[in-house]
Design a protein. Sequence first.
Length: 70
Amino acid sequence: MKEFGSEHAAELKYTPRLFAGRLAENNAAAVVLMDTESRPRIRMEVDASNAPSLQFLDEHGKVTYSLPGD
């Protein structure tokens, strides 16, 4: 990919849209879906105590809806 990218740099428009991995801030396993501006919009986590959560975020990163509910 690195070689392809350097040859076609003018044609590529790379915007991160997905993260899957461990979050350093709370050691949770997470999948984060981002909008076209690379802003997190949906965040699915399983925290260090194995509790799952799902959060929907607005364009400013504020949680608008979450499961389980507060």
